[in-house]
Design a protein around this ligand. Structure first.
Ligand SMILES: Nc1ncnc2c1ncn2[C@@H]1O[C@H](COP(=O)(O)OP(=O)(O)O)[C@@H](O)[C@H]1O
Ligand SMILES: [Mg+2]
Length: 274
């Protein structure tokens, strides 16, 4: 479980980047954190793996205060895929990159080989396995960073902007992968600007603006609240915008639509009535 209890944080004295954040996330939850550029999203998630410690308040991971835990102990539990994949890749080959954390955590060799093969395959990278990570495209590097963190199968998985530079097929695969994590009782904490992706995969949305938690609820509750979205400088999914435009003309058309599937159902119903 992740618990933020009255967390404040400043990089420089007097300038609060996180302000009084309190939130609890239980095993099995898939959560997205959204908000404007510079809102404090990356700063907040860096508190989960102990890269940053609160200036005031406490962060508990499985009941343990991050201030009293080593980063190494947290690394066992919390996998973190950085916003910029280049900050976490360093090995000579893709295989070496994925094997690194497994070796560090003391996995047996046959288990390492099996997971390296399986995770390179999951992320469509097998054909480059002996290449240098630095010869990959931006999107491929991001997938390699994902593979090298996910292969450990951490209890908490933090993904900072995972859909950046990914095409539709890769996004769909990522959505399926997140779904499989949900089944295993892990926490997935997604930082994203991609509302369309978020509604597909998350159960819960947190909105942050200027370091303060603005809202916490289901995607439907939050994405239907245009005032909240405006304050967090987000646009609702395009399909929701379309539903509102249709509902302006056809009062029986539902406004609380957030996915394409719901829009198709509502449209079919409408056509059947005519
Ligand atoms: N290492 C740092 N030193 C000083 N200020 C920082 C540092 N990292 C981020 N900030 C500032 O903290 C604020 C929040 O940044 P960040 O958490 O990266 O936002 P987000 O991920 O929501 O875009 C921004 O104003 C940013 O300029
Ligand atoms: Mg960020």
């Amino acid at each position: 479980m992740i618990l933020f209890d009255g967390v404040w944080f400043s990089y420089t004295p007097g300038r609060h980047v996180l302000q009084d954040i309190s939130v609890e996330i239980s095993p099995g939850e898939v959560v997205a954190l959204m908000g404007e550029n510079g809102a404090g999203k990356t700063t907040l998630v860096k508190h989960i793996n102990g890269l940053l410690k609160p200036s005031q308040g406490t962060v508990f991971i499985d009941g343990v205060d991050t201030r009293t835990t080593s980063t190494a102990a947290l690394a066992r539990k919390v996998g973190f895929v950085f916003q910029n994949a280049d900050h976490q890749l360093f090995a000579d080959t893709l295989e070496g990159e994925v094997a690194f954390a497994l070796r560090n955590l003391g996995f047996p060799n046959d288990e390492i080989d099996e997971r390296v093969t399986r995770y390179l395959e999951k992320f469509d990278l097998t054909r480059y396995k002996e290449r240098s990570p630095f010869l990959l495209s931006g999107g491929e590097r991001k997938r390699l960073a994902l593979a090298s963190v996910l292969c450990v199968e951490p209890e908490v998985l933090i993904l900072d902007e995972p859909t950046q530079a990914q095409d539709a097929i890769q996004k769909l695969k990522l959505a399926q992968l997140i779904d499989s994590f949900r089944g295993s009782g892990s926490i997935v904490f997604l930082v994203t600007h991609d509302v369309e992706f978020a509604v597909q995969v998350v159960d819960r949305l947190l909105l942050i603006s200027q370091g303060r938690l603005l809202a916490d609820g289901s995607p439907r509750q939050i994405l239907g609240n245009h005032d909240l979205l405006r304050r967090a400088r987000l646009l609702p999914p395009q399909i929701t915008q379309l539903a509102h435009k249709l509902a302006d003309r056809l009062p029986s058309f539902p406004r609380d639509i957030i996915t394409l599937k719901e829009a198709v159902t509502a449209t079919s119903r409408l056509l059947a009535k005519r």
